[in-house]
Design a protein. Structure first.
Lengths: 326, 305
Protein backbone atom coordinates (compact mmCIF):
# COMPACT_ATOMS: atom_id res chain seq x y z
CA UNK A 1 0.00 0.00 0.00
CA UNK A 2 1.33 3.43 -0.91
CA UNK A 3 1.39 6.31 1.52
CA UNK A 4 -1.78 8.40 1.20
CA UNK A 5 -1.37 11.98 0.02
CA UNK A 6 -3.14 13.15 3.14
CA UNK A 7 -3.54 11.19 6.34
CA UNK A 8 -5.50 12.89 9.11
CA UNK A 9 -5.68 11.11 12.47
CA UNK A 10 -7.67 12.01 15.57
CA UNK A 11 -7.97 15.64 14.52
CA UNK A 12 -9.72 17.80 17.07
CA UNK A 13 -10.12 21.52 16.48
CA UNK A 14 -11.14 23.74 19.36
CA UNK A 15 -11.97 27.43 19.41
CA UNK A 16 -11.73 29.42 22.61
CA UNK A 17 -14.61 31.82 22.93
CA UNK A 18 -15.79 33.97 25.83
CA UNK A 19 -18.71 31.56 26.20
CA UNK A 20 -16.40 28.57 26.49
CA UNK A 21 -14.57 26.12 24.24
CA UNK A 22 -16.19 25.10 21.00
CA UNK A 23 -15.18 21.81 19.41
CA UNK A 24 -15.62 22.48 15.71
CA UNK A 25 -13.97 19.19 14.78
CA UNK A 26 -13.90 16.13 17.06
CA UNK A 27 -11.71 13.03 16.60
CA UNK A 28 -11.78 13.05 12.83
CA UNK A 29 -9.63 10.54 10.98
CA UNK A 30 -9.51 9.97 7.23
CA UNK A 31 -7.11 9.73 4.33
CA UNK A 32 -6.99 10.76 0.70
CA UNK A 33 -5.14 8.52 -1.74
CA UNK A 34 -3.00 9.65 -4.62
CA UNK A 35 -5.19 10.97 -7.44
CA UNK A 36 -8.36 10.43 -5.46
CA UNK A 37 -11.19 12.94 -5.09
CA UNK A 38 -12.76 12.97 -1.66
CA UNK A 39 -16.00 14.87 -1.24
CA UNK A 40 -16.67 16.31 2.21
CA UNK A 41 -20.35 17.10 2.74
CA UNK A 42 -22.20 18.66 5.62
CA UNK A 43 -24.30 21.64 6.54
CA UNK A 44 -22.90 24.95 7.78
CA UNK A 45 -21.10 24.47 11.08
CA UNK A 46 -20.54 20.75 10.56
CA UNK A 47 -16.80 21.36 10.73
CA UNK A 48 -16.05 20.45 7.14
CA UNK A 49 -14.14 23.63 6.36
CA UNK A 50 -12.41 23.75 9.74
CA UNK A 51 -10.84 20.33 9.13
CA UNK A 52 -8.98 21.78 6.20
CA UNK A 53 -8.27 25.12 7.85
CA UNK A 54 -6.53 23.01 10.51
CA UNK A 55 -4.69 21.03 7.85
CA UNK A 56 -3.48 24.23 6.16
CA UNK A 57 -2.61 26.00 9.42
CA UNK A 58 -5.15 28.73 8.66
CA UNK A 59 -7.25 28.59 11.82
CA UNK A 60 -8.41 31.84 13.36
CA UNK A 61 -6.25 33.10 16.23
CA UNK A 62 -8.46 31.53 18.88
CA UNK A 63 -8.39 28.10 17.25
CA UNK A 64 -6.14 25.16 18.12
CA UNK A 65 -5.86 21.80 16.37
CA UNK A 66 -4.55 18.59 17.89
CA UNK A 67 -3.98 15.15 16.46
CA UNK A 68 -1.91 14.37 13.41
CA UNK A 69 -1.87 15.58 9.81
CA UNK A 70 0.55 13.89 7.43
CA UNK A 71 1.21 14.97 3.86
CA UNK A 72 2.75 11.97 2.04
CA UNK A 73 3.92 10.71 5.39
CA UNK A 74 5.33 13.95 6.71
CA UNK A 75 3.77 15.38 9.87
CA UNK A 76 2.74 19.02 9.40
CA UNK A 77 0.51 19.68 12.42
CA UNK A 78 2.29 21.67 15.09
CA UNK A 79 5.52 22.06 13.09
CA UNK A 80 7.21 25.49 12.95
CA UNK A 81 5.66 27.97 10.54
CA UNK A 82 8.57 28.01 8.10
CA UNK A 83 8.39 24.21 7.86
CA UNK A 84 4.65 24.38 7.16
CA UNK A 85 5.23 27.10 4.56
CA UNK A 86 7.39 24.70 2.54
CA UNK A 87 4.40 22.38 2.21
CA UNK A 88 1.43 24.68 1.74
CA UNK A 89 1.22 26.36 -1.63
CA UNK A 90 3.71 23.85 -3.01
CA UNK A 91 2.72 20.23 -2.27
CA UNK A 92 -0.75 21.09 -1.04
CA UNK A 93 -2.80 24.12 -2.14
CA UNK A 94 -6.17 25.49 -1.32
CA UNK A 95 -8.83 27.50 -3.13
CA UNK A 96 -11.64 29.23 -1.35
CA UNK A 97 -15.32 29.91 -1.53
CA UNK A 98 -15.23 33.61 -2.32
CA UNK A 99 -13.05 34.48 -5.31
CA UNK A 100 -14.16 38.12 -5.05
CA UNK A 101 -12.23 38.67 -1.82
CA UNK A 102 -9.63 35.90 -1.86
CA UNK A 103 -7.30 37.70 -4.24
CA UNK A 104 -5.38 40.72 -3.04
CA UNK A 105 -7.10 43.77 -4.63
CA UNK A 106 -3.96 45.91 -4.44
CA UNK A 107 -1.55 43.67 -6.35
CA UNK A 108 -1.57 42.60 -9.99
CA UNK A 109 -2.38 38.98 -10.79
CA UNK A 110 1.16 38.72 -12.08
CA UNK A 111 2.66 39.67 -8.71
CA UNK A 112 0.36 37.34 -6.82
CA UNK A 113 1.25 34.43 -9.07
CA UNK A 114 4.97 34.97 -9.50
CA UNK A 115 5.54 35.28 -5.76
CA UNK A 116 4.43 31.65 -5.37
CA UNK A 117 7.02 30.33 -7.84
CA UNK A 118 9.72 32.68 -6.60
CA UNK A 119 9.15 31.50 -3.03
CA UNK A 120 8.83 27.77 -3.61
CA UNK A 121 10.85 27.19 -6.77
CA UNK A 122 13.41 29.96 -6.44
CA UNK A 123 12.60 31.15 -9.96
CA UNK A 124 13.45 34.65 -11.14
CA UNK A 125 10.65 37.07 -11.99
CA UNK A 126 10.58 36.60 -15.76
CA UNK A 127 10.71 32.78 -15.65
CA UNK A 128 7.98 32.82 -13.01
CA UNK A 129 5.85 35.16 -15.11
CA UNK A 130 6.19 32.86 -18.10
CA UNK A 131 5.13 29.84 -16.07
CA UNK A 132 2.25 31.86 -14.62
CA UNK A 133 1.00 32.81 -18.10
CA UNK A 134 1.15 29.15 -19.16
CA UNK A 135 -0.91 28.21 -16.14
CA UNK A 136 -3.50 30.92 -16.88
CA UNK A 137 -3.74 29.48 -20.38
CA UNK A 138 -4.39 26.04 -18.91
CA UNK A 139 -7.28 27.32 -16.82
CA UNK A 140 -8.65 28.87 -20.02
CA UNK A 141 -8.22 32.54 -19.33
CA UNK A 142 -8.28 34.27 -22.70
CA UNK A 143 -5.38 36.57 -23.56
CA UNK A 144 -3.47 35.39 -20.52
CA UNK A 145 -0.33 37.27 -21.54
CA UNK A 146 -2.16 40.59 -21.43
CA UNK A 147 -4.54 39.91 -18.58
CA UNK A 148 -1.85 38.77 -16.17
CA UNK A 149 -0.89 42.44 -15.74
CA UNK A 150 -4.38 43.34 -14.53
CA UNK A 151 -5.77 43.71 -11.04
CA UNK A 152 -8.37 41.29 -9.63
CA UNK A 153 -11.21 43.83 -9.87
CA UNK A 154 -10.80 43.76 -13.65
CA UNK A 155 -11.82 40.07 -13.71
CA UNK A 156 -15.30 38.55 -13.35
CA UNK A 157 -16.10 36.16 -10.48
CA UNK A 158 -15.63 33.04 -12.58
CA UNK A 159 -12.37 34.37 -14.01
CA UNK A 160 -11.10 35.18 -10.53
CA UNK A 161 -11.80 31.62 -9.42
CA UNK A 162 -9.84 30.45 -12.46
CA UNK A 163 -6.98 32.72 -11.37
CA UNK A 164 -7.19 31.20 -7.87
CA UNK A 165 -7.06 27.70 -9.34
CA UNK A 166 -4.12 28.61 -11.59
CA UNK A 167 -2.33 30.09 -8.57
CA UNK A 168 -2.94 26.94 -6.55
CA UNK A 169 -1.60 24.68 -9.29
CA UNK A 170 1.59 26.62 -10.05
CA UNK A 171 3.83 24.29 -8.09
CA UNK A 172 2.11 21.10 -9.21
CA UNK A 173 0.62 20.14 -5.84
CA UNK A 174 -0.20 16.53 -4.94
CA UNK A 175 -3.37 17.70 -3.21
CA UNK A 176 -5.77 20.50 -4.03
CA UNK A 177 -8.21 21.49 -1.31
CA UNK A 178 -11.28 23.18 -2.80
CA UNK A 179 -13.45 24.79 -0.13
CA UNK A 180 -16.86 25.33 -1.72
CA UNK A 181 -15.20 26.54 -4.94
CA UNK A 182 -18.45 27.22 -6.77
CA UNK A 183 -20.82 28.38 -4.02
CA UNK A 184 -20.36 32.08 -4.78
CA UNK A 185 -20.65 31.73 -8.55
CA UNK A 186 -23.49 31.78 -11.07
CA UNK A 187 -24.92 28.37 -11.94
CA UNK A 188 -23.53 28.35 -15.47
CA UNK A 189 -20.13 29.44 -14.24
CA UNK A 190 -20.28 26.76 -11.52
CA UNK A 191 -20.51 24.07 -14.17
CA UNK A 192 -17.57 25.54 -16.07
CA UNK A 193 -15.39 25.64 -12.98
CA UNK A 194 -16.29 22.05 -12.04
CA UNK A 195 -15.51 20.89 -15.60
CA UNK A 196 -12.18 22.66 -15.37
CA UNK A 197 -11.37 20.97 -12.05
CA UNK A 198 -12.23 17.56 -13.52
CA UNK A 199 -10.09 18.19 -16.55
CA UNK A 200 -7.14 19.39 -14.47
CA UNK A 201 -7.51 16.38 -12.21
CA UNK A 202 -7.31 14.04 -15.20
CA UNK A 203 -4.33 15.89 -16.66
CA UNK A 204 -2.27 16.23 -13.50
CA UNK A 205 -3.32 13.22 -11.45
CA UNK A 206 -3.53 15.32 -8.31
CA UNK A 207 -5.81 14.42 -5.44
CA UNK A 208 -8.69 16.75 -4.61
CA UNK A 209 -10.49 17.38 -1.36
CA UNK A 210 -13.80 18.89 -2.39
CA UNK A 211 -15.67 20.56 0.42
CA UNK A 212 -19.28 21.38 -0.36
CA UNK A 213 -22.83 21.33 0.86
CA UNK A 214 -24.02 20.67 -2.68
CA UNK A 215 -24.53 16.95 -3.20
CA UNK A 216 -24.87 17.51 -6.93
CA UNK A 217 -21.29 18.75 -7.10
CA UNK A 218 -20.11 15.68 -5.18
CA UNK A 219 -22.02 13.28 -7.40
CA UNK A 220 -20.23 14.48 -10.50
CA UNK A 221 -16.72 14.72 -9.13
CA UNK A 222 -15.99 12.65 -6.05
CA UNK A 223 -14.69 9.09 -5.85
CA UNK A 224 -15.41 8.83 -2.17
CA UNK A 225 -17.66 10.84 0.16
CA UNK A 226 -17.31 11.74 3.80
CA UNK A 227 -20.43 13.11 5.51
CA UNK A 228 -19.93 15.42 8.50
CA UNK A 229 -22.37 16.28 11.25
CA UNK A 230 -21.71 18.31 14.41
CA UNK A 231 -17.93 18.17 13.96
CA UNK A 232 -17.77 14.38 13.46
CA UNK A 233 -17.71 12.02 10.51
CA UNK A 234 -21.04 10.18 10.38
CA UNK A 235 -20.61 8.25 7.17
CA UNK A 236 -17.85 7.41 4.76
CA UNK A 237 -18.38 5.49 1.53
CA UNK A 238 -17.74 5.48 -2.19
CA UNK A 239 -19.70 8.15 -4.04
CA UNK A 240 -21.80 5.49 -5.72
CA UNK A 241 -22.75 3.78 -2.46
CA UNK A 242 -23.46 7.08 -0.77
CA UNK A 243 -26.03 8.01 -3.35
CA UNK A 244 -27.50 4.54 -4.01
CA UNK A 245 -27.57 3.08 -0.52
CA UNK A 246 -27.00 5.68 2.18
CA UNK A 247 -26.48 3.96 5.54
CA UNK A 248 -26.68 6.86 7.94
CA UNK A 249 -30.04 8.54 8.62
CA UNK A 250 -28.48 11.98 8.14
CA UNK A 251 -27.07 11.08 4.71
CA UNK A 252 -30.42 9.65 3.76
CA UNK A 253 -32.12 12.83 4.91
CA UNK A 254 -29.72 14.98 2.88
CA UNK A 255 -30.38 12.96 -0.25
CA UNK A 256 -34.13 13.03 0.22
CA UNK A 257 -34.14 16.79 0.68
CA UNK A 258 -32.57 17.27 -2.75
CA UNK A 259 -35.02 18.26 -5.49
CA UNK A 260 -34.99 15.75 -8.33
CA UNK A 261 -35.91 16.15 -11.97
CA UNK A 262 -36.33 12.47 -12.74
CA UNK A 263 -39.28 11.84 -10.43
CA UNK A 264 -42.78 12.14 -11.73
CA UNK A 265 -45.75 13.63 -9.99
CA UNK A 266 -45.99 16.51 -7.56
CA UNK A 267 -44.38 15.57 -4.28
CA UNK A 268 -43.56 17.75 -1.34
CA UNK A 269 -39.77 18.05 -0.90
CA UNK A 270 -38.67 16.26 2.24
CA UNK A 271 -36.66 18.11 4.85
CA UNK A 272 -34.67 17.14 7.91
CA UNK A 273 -36.63 18.47 10.88
CA UNK A 274 -35.08 20.63 13.58
CA UNK A 275 -32.01 22.83 13.55
CA UNK A 276 -28.31 22.18 12.97
CA UNK A 277 -26.76 21.48 16.37
CA UNK A 278 -25.20 24.22 18.48
CA UNK A 279 -21.55 23.20 18.80
CA UNK A 280 -21.38 24.74 22.25
CA UNK A 281 -24.22 22.62 23.49
CA UNK A 282 -24.19 19.36 21.58
CA UNK A 283 -26.89 16.86 22.45
CA UNK A 284 -25.71 13.82 24.43
CA UNK A 285 -25.46 10.41 22.83
CA UNK A 286 -25.64 10.58 19.05
CA UNK A 287 -25.52 14.27 18.13
CA UNK A 288 -28.07 13.67 15.39
CA UNK A 289 -30.65 11.82 17.51
CA UNK A 290 -32.99 14.79 18.19
CA UNK A 291 -33.54 15.12 14.44
CA UNK A 292 -33.38 11.43 13.55
CA UNK A 293 -36.55 9.65 12.46
CA UNK A 294 -35.10 6.27 13.41
CA UNK A 295 -33.84 7.25 16.86
CA UNK A 296 -34.23 4.67 19.64
CA UNK A 297 -33.63 5.06 23.38
CA UNK A 298 -30.01 4.02 23.09
CA UNK A 299 -29.27 6.91 20.68
CA UNK A 300 -29.87 9.51 23.40
CA UNK A 301 -27.38 8.03 25.86
CA UNK A 302 -24.62 6.35 23.91
CA UNK A 303 -22.61 8.02 21.20
CA UNK A 304 -22.16 5.65 18.24
CA UNK A 305 -18.57 5.20 17.11
CA UNK A 306 -17.57 5.24 13.47
CA UNK A 307 -17.57 1.55 12.56
CA UNK A 308 -16.79 -0.41 9.46
CA UNK A 309 -19.93 -1.79 7.81
CA UNK A 310 -18.64 -3.01 4.46
CA UNK A 311 -15.33 -2.89 2.67
CA UNK A 312 -14.46 0.78 2.45
CA UNK A 313 -17.65 1.82 4.19
CA UNK A 314 -18.11 3.19 7.66
CA UNK A 315 -20.86 4.89 9.61
CA UNK A 316 -21.51 6.23 13.07
CA UNK A 317 -24.93 4.86 13.86
CA UNK A 318 -26.25 2.19 16.22
CA UNK A 319 -28.66 0.83 13.64
CA UNK A 320 -27.52 -1.83 11.21
CA UNK A 321 -30.15 -1.11 8.58
CA UNK A 322 -32.18 2.02 8.17
CA UNK A 323 -35.29 -0.03 7.51
CA UNK A 324 -35.08 -1.67 10.97
CA UNK A 325 -37.25 0.67 12.94
CA UNK A 326 -39.11 2.66 10.38
CA UNK B 1 -3.87 62.14 -13.62
CA UNK B 2 -2.47 65.57 -14.53
CA UNK B 3 -5.93 66.44 -15.72
CA UNK B 4 -7.35 65.40 -12.34
CA UNK B 5 -4.69 67.40 -10.51
CA UNK B 6 -5.52 70.56 -12.46
CA UNK B 7 -9.24 70.07 -11.98
CA UNK B 8 -8.76 69.68 -8.24
CA UNK B 9 -6.63 72.84 -8.13
CA UNK B 10 -9.35 74.78 -9.96
CA UNK B 11 -11.92 73.32 -7.59
CA UNK B 12 -9.91 74.73 -4.68
CA UNK B 13 -10.53 78.33 -5.83
CA UNK B 14 -14.18 78.60 -4.69
CA UNK B 15 -13.21 76.86 -1.43
CA UNK B 16 -10.45 79.37 -0.75
CA UNK B 17 -12.72 82.27 -1.73
CA UNK B 18 -15.33 81.09 0.76
CA UNK B 19 -12.71 80.78 3.49
CA UNK B 20 -11.52 84.32 2.80
CA UNK B 21 -15.02 85.79 2.62
CA UNK B 22 -16.13 84.21 5.90
CA UNK B 23 -12.90 85.14 7.71
CA UNK B 24 -13.16 88.69 6.36
CA UNK B 25 -16.66 89.08 7.71
CA UNK B 26 -15.72 87.52 11.06
CA UNK B 27 -12.67 89.72 11.75
CA UNK B 28 -14.56 92.85 10.79
CA UNK B 29 -17.56 91.82 12.85
CA UNK B 30 -15.42 91.52 15.98
CA UNK B 31 -15.80 94.58 18.22
CA UNK B 32 -12.98 97.10 18.26
CA UNK B 33 -10.50 97.98 15.56
CA UNK B 34 -6.76 97.93 14.92
CA UNK B 35 -6.23 101.48 16.22
CA UNK B 36 -8.20 101.28 19.46
CA UNK B 37 -5.65 101.65 22.22
CA UNK B 38 -5.71 102.41 25.87
CA UNK B 39 -3.84 105.62 25.13
CA UNK B 40 -5.92 107.46 22.58
CA UNK B 41 -4.10 108.91 19.59
CA UNK B 42 -5.26 112.36 18.55
CA UNK B 43 -8.45 112.23 16.50
CA UNK B 44 -6.78 113.77 13.47
CA UNK B 45 -4.06 111.09 13.48
CA UNK B 46 -6.61 108.32 13.83
CA UNK B 47 -8.63 109.72 10.95
CA UNK B 48 -5.51 109.80 8.82
CA UNK B 49 -4.65 106.19 9.74
CA UNK B 50 -8.17 105.04 8.97
CA UNK B 51 -8.07 106.77 5.66
CA UNK B 52 -4.65 105.38 4.84
CA UNK B 53 -5.82 101.80 5.40
CA UNK B 54 -9.15 102.43 3.63
CA UNK B 55 -11.11 101.52 6.76
CA UNK B 56 -13.50 104.39 6.01
CA UNK B 57 -14.76 102.66 2.88
CA UNK B 58 -17.86 100.40 2.97
CA UNK B 59 -17.03 96.74 3.73
CA UNK B 60 -17.85 95.34 0.27
CA UNK B 61 -15.43 97.83 -1.24
CA UNK B 62 -12.73 96.89 1.27
CA UNK B 63 -13.34 93.25 0.48
CA UNK B 64 -13.05 93.82 -3.26
CA UNK B 65 -9.84 95.79 -2.70
CA UNK B 66 -8.43 92.97 -0.53
CA UNK B 67 -9.28 90.27 -3.09
CA UNK B 68 -7.80 92.41 -5.85
CA UNK B 69 -4.51 92.79 -3.96
CA UNK B 70 -4.50 89.10 -3.07
CA UNK B 71 -4.74 88.09 -6.71
CA UNK B 72 -1.50 89.94 -7.26
CA UNK B 73 0.08 88.06 -4.38
CA UNK B 74 -0.13 91.03 -2.01
CA UNK B 75 -1.47 90.27 1.45
CA UNK B 76 -1.54 93.98 2.25
CA UNK B 77 0.22 95.96 4.97
CA UNK B 78 0.19 94.85 8.59
CA UNK B 79 -1.76 97.23 10.83
CA UNK B 80 0.37 96.33 13.82
CA UNK B 81 3.82 96.39 12.24
CA UNK B 82 3.43 99.41 9.95
CA UNK B 83 6.87 99.10 8.42
CA UNK B 84 6.36 95.49 7.27
CA UNK B 85 3.90 93.83 4.91
CA UNK B 86 1.94 90.70 5.86
CA UNK B 87 3.72 88.87 3.03
CA UNK B 88 7.07 89.59 4.65
CA UNK B 89 5.90 88.46 8.07
CA UNK B 90 4.43 85.23 6.68
CA UNK B 91 7.59 84.59 4.68
CA UNK B 92 9.59 85.04 7.89
CA UNK B 93 7.41 82.78 10.06
CA UNK B 94 6.15 80.16 7.64
CA UNK B 95 9.37 78.11 7.27
CA UNK B 96 9.52 77.71 11.05
CA UNK B 97 5.90 76.56 11.27
CA UNK B 98 6.36 74.27 8.29
CA UNK B 99 9.46 72.67 9.82
CA UNK B 100 7.68 72.19 13.13
CA UNK B 101 4.58 70.77 11.47
CA UNK B 102 6.34 68.40 9.10
CA UNK B 103 8.55 67.06 11.90
CA UNK B 104 5.46 66.47 14.05
CA UNK B 105 3.54 64.75 11.23
CA UNK B 106 6.51 62.57 10.28
CA UNK B 107 7.05 61.53 13.89
CA UNK B 108 3.34 60.84 14.34
CA UNK B 109 3.25 58.77 11.16
CA UNK B 110 6.32 56.68 11.97
CA UNK B 111 5.45 56.09 15.59
CA UNK B 112 1.71 55.70 15.05
CA UNK B 113 2.05 53.18 12.23
CA UNK B 114 4.67 51.22 14.14
CA UNK B 115 2.66 51.09 17.36
CA UNK B 116 -0.57 50.34 15.51
CA UNK B 117 0.92 47.39 13.63
CA UNK B 118 2.63 46.10 16.76
CA UNK B 119 -0.58 46.27 18.75
CA UNK B 120 -2.55 44.52 15.98
CA UNK B 121 -0.01 41.70 15.73
CA UNK B 122 -0.17 41.22 19.50
CA UNK B 123 -3.92 41.67 19.79
CA UNK B 124 -5.27 41.31 23.34
CA UNK B 125 -1.79 41.13 24.86
CA UNK B 126 -0.47 43.67 27.38
CA UNK B 127 1.37 45.43 24.52
CA UNK B 128 -1.93 45.88 22.72
CA UNK B 129 -3.70 47.15 25.84
CA UNK B 130 -0.81 49.54 26.58
CA UNK B 131 -0.85 50.97 23.04
CA UNK B 132 -4.63 51.34 22.94
CA UNK B 133 -4.77 52.74 26.48
CA UNK B 134 -2.12 55.40 25.88
CA UNK B 135 -3.72 56.24 22.54
CA UNK B 136 -6.99 56.93 24.34
CA UNK B 137 -5.14 59.27 26.72
CA UNK B 138 -3.36 60.96 23.82
CA UNK B 139 -6.64 61.65 22.09
CA UNK B 140 -8.53 62.69 25.21
CA UNK B 141 -5.96 65.15 26.57
CA UNK B 142 -5.60 68.29 24.41
CA UNK B 143 -2.11 69.42 23.48
CA UNK B 144 -2.43 72.71 25.40
CA UNK B 145 -2.59 70.54 28.51
CA UNK B 146 0.26 68.28 27.43
CA UNK B 147 2.56 71.14 26.50
CA UNK B 148 2.70 72.83 29.93
CA UNK B 149 2.85 69.43 31.65
CA UNK B 150 5.85 68.40 29.60
CA UNK B 151 7.45 71.78 30.17
CA UNK B 152 6.98 71.27 33.88
CA UNK B 153 8.40 67.74 33.94
CA UNK B 154 11.18 67.79 31.35
CA UNK B 155 11.96 71.51 31.49
CA UNK B 156 11.65 72.50 35.13
CA UNK B 157 11.71 69.36 37.31
CA UNK B 158 14.21 67.26 35.35
CA UNK B 159 15.90 70.14 33.58
CA UNK B 160 16.62 68.05 30.47
CA UNK B 161 15.23 70.43 27.89
CA UNK B 162 14.77 74.19 27.56
CA UNK B 163 11.23 75.41 28.25
CA UNK B 164 11.28 77.88 25.38
CA UNK B 165 13.48 79.61 22.88
CA UNK B 166 14.22 78.76 19.29
CA UNK B 167 17.17 78.09 17.04
CA UNK B 168 18.74 74.87 18.27
CA UNK B 169 17.44 71.34 17.75
CA UNK B 170 16.92 70.85 21.49
CA UNK B 171 14.45 73.73 21.44
CA UNK B 172 12.34 71.75 19.01
CA UNK B 173 11.91 68.56 21.04
CA UNK B 174 9.07 69.59 23.35
CA UNK B 175 7.01 71.53 20.76
CA UNK B 176 7.27 68.67 18.26
CA UNK B 177 6.26 66.15 20.91
CA UNK B 178 3.33 68.30 22.03
CA UNK B 179 2.13 68.63 18.45
CA UNK B 180 2.73 64.98 17.56
CA UNK B 181 1.24 63.18 20.57
CA UNK B 182 -2.46 63.54 19.67
CA UNK B 183 -1.62 62.51 16.10
CA UNK B 184 0.47 59.53 17.24
CA UNK B 185 -2.55 58.45 19.24
CA UNK B 186 -5.00 58.88 16.37
CA UNK B 187 -2.76 57.13 13.85
CA UNK B 188 -2.03 54.26 16.27
CA UNK B 189 -5.72 53.58 16.74
CA UNK B 190 -6.45 53.88 13.04
CA UNK B 191 -3.56 51.63 12.00
CA UNK B 192 -4.41 49.01 14.62
CA UNK B 193 -8.07 48.81 13.59
CA UNK B 194 -7.25 48.71 9.90
CA UNK B 195 -4.48 46.15 10.38
CA UNK B 196 -6.76 43.86 12.40
CA UNK B 197 -9.35 44.01 9.66
CA UNK B 198 -6.81 43.20 6.96
CA UNK B 199 -5.23 40.38 9.00
CA UNK B 200 -8.65 38.73 9.13
CA UNK B 201 -9.31 39.26 5.43
CA UNK B 202 -9.60 36.51 2.86
CA UNK B 203 -6.69 37.68 0.76
CA UNK B 204 -4.28 37.50 3.69
CA UNK B 205 -5.55 33.97 4.30
CA UNK B 206 -4.78 33.26 0.62
CA UNK B 207 -1.27 34.65 1.01
CA UNK B 208 -0.71 32.33 3.97
CA UNK B 209 -2.21 29.39 2.08
CA UNK B 210 0.33 30.02 -0.66
CA UNK B 211 3.10 29.31 1.83
CA UNK B 212 4.68 32.74 1.61
CA UNK B 213 7.08 33.56 4.45
CA UNK B 214 5.11 35.36 7.18
CA UNK B 215 7.24 38.50 6.72
CA UNK B 216 6.23 38.71 3.05
CA UNK B 217 2.58 38.09 3.88
CA UNK B 218 2.70 40.90 6.42
CA UNK B 219 4.61 43.51 4.42
CA UNK B 220 3.48 42.89 0.87
CA UNK B 221 -0.09 41.84 1.54
CA UNK B 222 -1.26 43.06 4.93
CA UNK B 223 0.53 46.30 5.81
CA UNK B 224 0.20 47.81 2.38
CA UNK B 225 -3.56 47.33 2.41
CA UNK B 226 -3.80 48.50 6.01
CA UNK B 227 -2.11 51.81 5.12
CA UNK B 228 -4.99 53.06 2.96
CA UNK B 229 -7.12 54.55 5.75
CA UNK B 230 -3.98 56.07 7.27
CA UNK B 231 -3.18 57.83 4.00
CA UNK B 232 -6.69 59.29 3.82
CA UNK B 233 -6.32 60.48 7.40
CA UNK B 234 -3.10 62.39 6.61
CA UNK B 235 -4.97 65.24 4.89
CA UNK B 236 -7.06 66.10 7.97
CA UNK B 237 -4.06 65.33 10.21
CA UNK B 238 -2.13 68.18 8.60
CA UNK B 239 -5.06 70.45 9.37
CA UNK B 240 -4.99 69.39 13.03
CA UNK B 241 -1.26 69.94 13.29
CA UNK B 242 -1.45 73.35 11.63
CA UNK B 243 -4.22 74.58 13.90
CA UNK B 244 -2.54 72.92 16.87
CA UNK B 245 0.67 74.78 16.12
CA UNK B 246 -1.11 78.09 16.70
CA UNK B 247 -1.39 77.22 20.39
CA UNK B 248 1.91 75.38 20.67
CA UNK B 249 3.86 78.26 19.11
CA UNK B 250 2.29 80.60 21.60
CA UNK B 251 3.11 78.34 24.57
CA UNK B 252 6.75 77.76 23.57
CA UNK B 253 7.32 81.27 22.15
CA UNK B 254 8.20 80.02 18.69
CA UNK B 255 8.46 82.67 15.93
CA UNK B 256 6.18 80.85 13.45
CA UNK B 257 3.05 82.15 11.76
CA UNK B 258 0.85 80.61 14.45
CA UNK B 259 1.97 83.29 16.88
CA UNK B 260 1.29 86.05 14.36
CA UNK B 261 -2.17 84.58 13.99
CA UNK B 262 -2.85 84.80 17.71
CA UNK B 263 -1.33 88.26 18.06
CA UNK B 264 -3.14 89.39 14.92
CA UNK B 265 -6.46 88.25 16.31
CA UNK B 266 -5.87 90.04 19.62
CA UNK B 267 -4.73 93.27 17.95
CA UNK B 268 -7.48 93.23 15.30
CA UNK B 269 -4.69 93.16 12.73
CA UNK B 270 -7.18 92.32 9.96
CA UNK B 271 -4.74 91.70 7.14
CA UNK B 272 -2.47 89.57 9.32
CA UNK B 273 -5.30 87.25 10.43
CA UNK B 274 -6.65 86.99 6.90
CA UNK B 275 -3.21 86.35 5.44
CA UNK B 276 -2.47 83.50 7.83
CA UNK B 277 -5.95 82.05 7.25
CA UNK B 278 -5.37 82.02 3.50
CA UNK B 279 -2.01 80.30 3.90
CA UNK B 280 -3.41 77.69 6.31
CA UNK B 281 -6.41 77.10 4.06
CA UNK B 282 -4.26 76.63 0.97
CA UNK B 283 -1.95 74.29 2.86
CA UNK B 284 -4.81 72.09 4.05
CA UNK B 285 -6.35 71.95 0.57
CA UNK B 286 -2.98 71.02 -0.92
CA UNK B 287 -2.32 68.29 1.67
CA UNK B 288 -5.73 66.76 1.08
CA UNK B 289 -4.99 66.71 -2.62
CA UNK B 290 -1.61 65.05 -2.08
CA UNK B 291 -3.21 62.47 0.23
CA UNK B 292 -5.82 61.69 -2.43
CA UNK B 293 -3.13 61.25 -5.07
CA UNK B 294 -1.14 58.91 -2.79
CA UNK B 295 -4.30 56.91 -2.13
CA UNK B 296 -4.67 56.45 -5.87
CA UNK B 297 -1.12 55.11 -6.10
CA UNK B 298 -1.91 52.48 -3.45
CA UNK B 299 -5.37 51.47 -4.59
CA UNK B 300 -5.67 50.45 -8.26
CA UNK B 301 -9.45 50.68 -8.07
CA UNK B 302 -9.24 54.48 -7.76
CA UNK B 303 -9.34 56.12 -11.16
CA UNK B 304 -8.77 59.76 -11.97
CA UNK B 305 -11.43 60.68 -14.43
Amino acid sequence: MTTPVLQVSDLTTTFWTPEGDVHAVSDVSFHIDRGETLGIVGESGSGKSQIFMSVMGLLARNGRASGSVRVTGEEILGVPLNRLNQVRGARMSMIFQDPMTSLNPYLTVRRQMTEVLMTHRGMNESAAAKAAIDMLDRVQIPEAGRRIGMYPHEFSGGMRQRVMIAMALLCGPELLIADEPTTALDVTVQAQILDLLMQLKRDTGMAIALITHDLGVIAGLADRVMVMYGGRVVEEASARDTFKRPQHPYTEGLLKSMPRLDEHGVKRLETIGGQPPNLQDLPGGCTFHPRCRYAVARCAVERPLLRQTDTGRAKACHLDHLGDVA
Amino acid sequence: MLNYFIRRLLGAIPTLFTIIAVSFMLVHAAPGGPFDKERKVPASVEAKLIEKYHLDEPLPQQFARYIGDLMQGDFGPSFKYPDRSVSELIAAGFPTSLLLGSCAISLALLLGVFLGIWAALRQNSWIDYLCVGSAMLGIAIPNYVFAPLMTLVFGLLLGWLPVNGWGEPRHMVLPILALAIPQVAAITRLTRASMLEVLGSNFVRTARAKGLPEAVTLTRHAIRAAMLPVVSYLGPAVAYVVTGSVIIEEIFRIPGIGRYFVLGAINRDYTMVLGVTVVFGALIILCNLIADLCYGLLDPKVRYD
